[in-house]
Design a protein around this ligand. Structure first.
Ligand SMILES: O=C(CO)[C@H](O)[C@H](O)COP(=O)(O)O
Length: 229
């Protein structure tokens, strides 16, 4: 479902967009070169903030957005939200394993609904949650900030975690995307790519800039320099 033609995917997080003009903002960031729209769902329970639900995802589809929508569920419990986002046109749905009573069942629910599935690990969440699902996930999202807010600083220890997960992906023999989210910008994206990530979420580093295309282009210039490109 997601184009495998590009080695690196840039996924602007609409958490930092102007919500009053969301459709236009999403159109603009896609015209500026974004590959995927990252959609942060927060419930004021699993994380201490509240954002938007499946109706907004559906509204973007109805507005004419046909780019992949990457839904990051920061909610607990997850299964009823998975069903709603499948209905709303999500392309990828990821969730936090601690927020699901039955991780394998939640992943299967996403796959059965026709979307791609993945797990999200917080900075201090151990990798063992991946142990029995490497045959099932399409994507692994490593948080490089504690989830809940945009505009935080990248936690450097994430780089080592990215290297470890890349190794696990190689061992699995599967084509699993490795996404990093939190504090990603032009000045650190190359190091994150060199550690093994191939999908990059950036909120404030794109939406807080005057020129979205210049912000995305600056990231692509850095990615082209990554030594595993
Ligand atoms: O999931 C998130 C926070 O929970 C956001 O996607 C993430 O923090 C992106 O924002 P920024 O690029 O400004 O750090």
């Amino acid at each position: 479902m997601i184009s495998p033609s590009k080695p690196y995917l840039i996924a602007p997080s609409i958490l930092s967009a102007d919500f009053a003009r969301l459709g236009e903002e999403v159109e603009k960031v896609l015209e500026s070169g974004a590959d995927v729209i990252h959609f942060d769902v927060m419930d004021n329970h699993y994380v201490p903030n509240l954002t938007f639900g499946s109706m907004i995802c559906k509204a973007l589809r109805d507005y004419g957005i046909d780019a992949p929508i990457d839904v990051h569920l920061m909610v607990s419990p997850v299964d009823s939200m998975i069903e709603q986002f499948l209905e709303a046109g999500a392309s990828i749905i990821t969730f936090h394993p601690e927020a699901s009573g039955h991780i394998d069942r939640s992943l299967q629910l996403i796959k059965d609904g026709g979307a791609e599935c993945g797990l999200v690990l917080n900075p201090a969440t151990p990798l063992h949650y991946l142990d029995y699902v490497m045959d099932k996930v399409d994507q692994i999202l490593l948080m490089s900030v504690n989830p809940g807010y945009g505009g935080q600083s990248f936690i450097e220890g994430t780089l080592d975690k990215v290297r470890q997960v890349r190794q696990r992906i190689i061992t699995s023999g599967r084509d699993i995307r490795l996404e990093v989210d939190g504090g990603v910008k032009a000045s650190n994206i190359r190091a994150i790519a060199e550690a093994g990530a191939d999908m990059f979420v950036a909120g404030s580093a794109i939406f807080n800039q005057e020129d979205y295309k210049a912000a995305i282009d600056a990231m692509r210039v850095e990615l082209a320099l990554a030594n595993n490109c």
